[in-house]
Structures are given as structure tokens and as C-alpha cells.
Design a protein around this ligand. Structure first.
Ligand code: PEP
Ligand code: MG
Length: 555
């Protein structure tokens, strides 16, 4: 037996045969041919382009129906790339001027683009290289008439490769693809995002441990620990089968908790809400019995598009979310653009330190037209359910007052125009900077609630960039500084009679549930699949019994 160690991205255990995919992309294996008839060659290229667009549309529809619209959007972006004017005319020019075959022209143009992008000092832009490779090799395959691209993808097995492109992942079928192994692959790549959405167990970062010679061998993939067992021995098979059974039992047990209260053994109740980024998350939210939405990351409506979403477009989304959630509370976090969430049409300046730069509420206060448009959409939707708003990245009382002033103006304008809205929409503050923590006593007088964003709070308190792999080992949300800050915020909130929640990743950490209950946190908002596990933990806790010991342990 050989054991490989990587990073588990999608939890789960799979037994199956490994099939290693050849990682040579079509853009790397094209011979240059001289052609005589450029018109005919351009026709070949145009036909290939048409077939590629058709293929991308099919993938879009497949992912839309099997996963969700949000995950499918990458194929709309790929289609835009294939139709991009500069991309097309560069290919066209090369065929015409150099008299070369079209697949070679596509390969040259894409390699040039990749070369340019690989020099850019920006991770997001560099990640687009994978998209260019994916789109260009699809185009080449289509020009060559090789549209049905990968028959291996439909075989029942665990697939291994250097990396998987988004379209390869989308072509997979969660019935037949039992698992994914990648030599490279980053947690935030589209392939991993799709694998998560399709619930295909996945391990990345295996590097050259993953060898071609393992092709066809029996393996076990443990997505919990990121371990791969090649030709496992009998003891390992037995152990992993037992682990698989336990996982299945655990999920069944959790399912039984649907419809039950989030109440501790000594009768304390807490709200368990879900974090969402789009309408398409609502099915999972309902399936996991969330009591509401504690964080709607509204900036996702602004990403992956060419221009601002209109007020009407935003209104429709908010209205739909509120209607779907019926009387349950929905907290919309106003635009948190900037830092790692970049949008071309915002024309944001290049910054050395974007996480500490022009982002979130800073942009909204600086560009009130954009802010007002979003607020109008939210207030117009407010009559369709129970909505609250909260502002991200607040660092001062003045900022909160300025944001509230704009809210007041929007309400006044709507009233003047006779447009109905809920006059009692609550206005909260995200506590995600150390500054906000230490003035939370003052902020509490101006806010209806607090929601602690532990992701950014950890980054800003420990001076650890949450995006930087080099220092990720030091990103420690259990740091006493963070946990003590949570206590300060909770105490200040309660002193002033407002509720306090946590919407950062820490909310879903079962090791801290007892602490959060002991501190009197009123709400925890997390990715929906974690809700039932936390409910189980809450129902097994006696807060009065554990409080002293747990506070001593963590604070
Ligand atoms: C946070 O910072 O903890 C948070 C919830 O916001 P985001 O992760 O979107 O920055
Ligand atoms: Mg944040």
C-alpha cells in the first residue's frame, strides 16, 4: 500500500479505481501547418467557434439544472471569452497574414495572453490563466471536430490529474465520478467550487506524489484527512469502511434534528442562521433548516459581470429571497466590494494593500449613488418579508452615522415618491475591525444589532492576510485576542440592549459553540450544511455547568 497526503477540499470517502487523465492541454500539442486557402481556414475556425459556443451552452444548462445558476456562470464567462473581439481578431489576423492553420493560431494567441497574465502580480488575474487554457483548448478541439472531449469522464472511477478545468469538472457526473485528485488545484479554483457543489470528494495539492503508474489501481480517497491509499491493505479497507459507515450514520442523525429547536439542556435558545451569496443557495438553506439568513453577501450580485446591476435587478433578487424565506429574518450586508472581490467596472485603483484600502463601506460612502441604488432596491423589497441591513468594515461612529444618514435620505425619497417600504428595517453593524470592537459601546447606541465578522477581525487583529498561503499557519482565530474581543462586543451589545451574532467562519466551529453560548451570543450564521451539526452541539450543552470552565480555558 502507498499513502499520499494532500489537502481535503470536499469531505467524503470513496472507494474505486483511479483513472489518471493526461494533463497535456490541446493548446500545447498543435503542429504549425501552412495553408493556401485562408478563406477556407477562416470558415473552419468559425465552425469550430460555433461548435465550442454550443458546447458551452450545453455545459451551462447541465450545471444550472444539476448544481445551480451561480456555478454555471463560469460557462457564460467562457463564452464571452471565445467571442471577445480582441481574441477573435488576433486569431483571424494570424490566419490571414501568416497563412497558418486555425488551431495553431488559437494556440499562439492564447499562449501570448497566458504569458502576459503570468507576469501580473495579482492572484485573481493569474487564476484566469486556467480559464484561457480551458476555453482555448475547447476551441481547438472543436476546430478539429473533437467535441465529445472526454470519454473517461463518464466512467465510474476516481479521476486524477494535474488540475481539472471548469468544463472538465462540469462534464463530470456525480453518479459516476466518485472522487477527484489533483496534483495542483487550489481550494478556491472553479474546479473545487464545482466539486463542492456536486459533493464529489476531492483532494488537491498532491504534487508529484500522484504518479502515472497508479493509473488503473484500486484506491481509497479520504476527503476528510486529505489522504489517498493506493492498493490499500485489508486493515485499511476495513478501517475506512467503518469510517464511511460512521459518516453515513452521522448524516442520518443530523437529519433527525430538522425541525427541532436550538435549545441547550438548561433551556437557553440561540438563533442559527445561514450565510448566502445568491438565490441559488436557498435550497440548501431550507434543506438544512436555517432559522433565517444572517449574512447575505450582496456583493456577489456585482461580481462576474460587465456592468452594475440595475436597481430593478437587485430589487428582484432581494424580493425573491425575502419571499422564499417567508417570515424569517434576512440580513443583507451592503456592498463589500474591494480587497479580494474585484470588479472591473468599478474602476478601482491598484493598491499595494487592498485589504486595508478602498473597500466596502468606504466605497459606498465615497460613491453614494451606487450605495443609494442598492439601498433603494433593499427598501423596495422590504415589504415582501423581514429584512435587516448591516454595514461592513465600520471603523468609526462617524462612518456609521454617515451611512445611516444616506439610509434616511433613501427612505425620505421613497416616501416622497409614494413607494411603499417597511419603516422598521433594522440597521446593524458588522464588527470586523479591532477599531469597531473597542468602540462597540458607542456603536451599540446607534445600531440595532451587531454581527461579528471573525474572518476579517482575525486578519486585521493578527496582521495576517487571510489570502496569503505563506502565513496561513499563523491565521489563528482561537487566539485569545480574538476570543476576548468577541466577549467585549457581546458585553457591550447586551449592555445597550441589542443582539449580537457571529457570521464569520468561526460560527460553525463546534469547538467554540460552548464558549459562544457562555458569552450569550444570540445568533450564529454559517454555511448552511453546518447548521444541523451545531444544533446537535447546542442541544447537548448545559451552559450553566460548563460556563466557568470554558471561559477559563479560552479567555
Ligand atoms: C468576515 O469577515 O468574517 C465576514 C463574514 O465577511 P467576509 O468573509 O465576506 O469578508
Ligand atoms: Mg469581512
Amino acid at each position: 500500500m502507498t499513502v499520499l497526503k494532500g489537502k481535503g477540499v470536499v469531505k467524503g470517502i470513496s472507494f474505486g479505481k483511479l483513472s489518471i487523465k493526461n494533463s497535456i492541454s490541446s493548446i500545447d500539442c498543435n503542429l504549425k501547418c501552412k495553408i493556401n486557402d485562408t478563406q477556407l481556414e477562416i470558415l473552419r475556425y468559425e465552425n469550430g467557434k460555433k461548435a465550442a459556443i454550443e458546447h458551452l451552452k450545453e455545459l451551462y444548462n447541465k450545471v444550472c439544472s444539476e448544481v445551480d445558476k451561480e456555478s454555471a456562470m463560469i460557462f457564460e464567462v467562457h463564452q464571452m471569452m471565445i467571442e471577445d473581439e480582441t481574441y477573435c481578431s488576433s486569431i483571424f489576423d494570424l490566419i490571414k497574414n501568416e497563412k497558418v492553420n486555425s488551431e495553431y493560431a488559437v494556440s499562439c494567441v492564447s499562449k501570448k495572453m497566458i504569458d502576459k497574465l503570468s507576469k501580473v502580480d495579482d492572484e485573481y488575474i493569474r487564476e484566469r490563466i486556467a480559464d484561457i487554457k480551458d476555453v482555448s483548448s475547447l476551441l481547438i478541439d472543436c476546430i478539429c471536430g473533437n467535441v465529445s472531449r472526454d470519454c473517461e469522464i463518464n466512467r465510474k472511477c476516481i479521476l486524477g490529474a494535474n488540475d481539472f478545468t471548469p468544463s472538465q469538472t462540469a462534464e463530470m457526473n456525480s453518479e459516476t465520478t466518485k472522487g477527484l485528485l489533483m496534483m495542483n488545484g487550489t481550494v478556491n479554483s472553479h474546479a473545487c467550487i464545482l466539486a463542492k457543489a456536486m459533493n464529489i470528494p476531492c483532494v488537491v495539492g498532491l504534487g508529484d506524489q500522484l504518479k502515472e503508474e497508479y493509473d488503473g489501481k484500486d484506491i481509497i480517497l479520504d476527503g476528510f484527512s486529505g489522504t489517498i491509499y493506493i492498493e490499500p491493505d485489508v486493515t485499511t479497507i476495513k478501517r475506512l469502511k467503518k469510517k464511511l459507515k460512521m459518516c453515513q450514520k452521522h448524516y442520518e442523525l443530523l437529519n433527525n434534528l430538522k425541525g427541532k429547536e436550538n435549545i441547550t439542556l438548561d433551556g437557553k435558545k440561540i438563533k442559527l442562521y445561514a450565510n448566502i451569496g445568491s438565490i441559488s443557495d436557498l435550497n440548501i438553506v431550507k434543506g438544512n433548516d436555517a432559522g433565517g439568513i444572517g449574512l447575505f453577501r450582496s456583493e456577489f450580485l456585482y461580481l462576474r459581470r460587465k456592468n452594475y446591476p440595475s436597481e430593478e435587478e437587485q430589487f428582484k433578487v432581494y424580493k425573491k429571497v425575502l419571499e422564499e424565506m417567508k417570515d424569517k429574518e434576512v440580513v443583507i450586508r451592503t456592498l463589500d466590494i474591494g480587497a479580494d472581490k474585484k470588479v472591473d467596472y468599478f474602476d478601482l485603483p491598484r493598491e499595494d494593500n487592498p485589504a486595508m484600502g478602498y473597500r466596502a463601506i468606504r466605497i459606498c460612502l465615497d460613491r453614494p449613488q451606487i450605495f443609494k441604488q442598492q439601498l433603494r432596491a433593499i427598501f423596495r423589497a422590504s415589504t415582501f418579508g423581514k429584512v435587516s441591513i448591516m454595514f461592513p468594515m465600520i471603523i468609526s461612529l462617524q462612518e456609521l452615522k454617515n451611512a445611516k444618514k444616506i439610509v434616511k435620505e433613501v427612505k425620505h425619497e421613497l416616501k416622497e415618491s409614494g413607494i411603499p417600504f417597511d419603516k422598521n428595517v433594522k440597521v446593524g453593524v458588522m464588527i470586523e475591525t479591532p477599531a469597531a470592537v473597542f468602540i462597540s459601546d458607542e456603536l451599540a447606541k446607534e445600531a440595532d444589532f451587531f454581527s461579528i465578522g471573525t474572518n476579517d477581525l482575525t486578519q486585521y487583529s493578527l496582521a495576517i492576510d487571510r489570502q496569503n498561503n505563506k502565513v496561513s499557519g499563523m491565521y489563528d482565530p482561537y487566539h485569545k485576542a480574538i476570543l476576548r474581543m468577541i466577549k467585549i462586543v457581546a458585553d457591550n451589545a447586551h449592555k445597550h440592549g441589542i443582539w449580537v451574532g457571529i457570521c464569520g467562519e468561526l460560527a460553525a466551529d463546534e469547538n467554540l459553540t460552548e464558549l459562544f453560548l457562555s458569552l450569550g451570543i444570540d445568533e450564529l450564521s454559517m454555511s448552511a450544511p453546518f447548521i444541523l451539526g451545531i444544533r446537535k452541539k447546542i442541544r447537548e450543552t448545559n451552559v450553566d455547568e460548563v460556563r466557568d470552565e470554558i471561559i477559563k480555558k479560552f479567555l
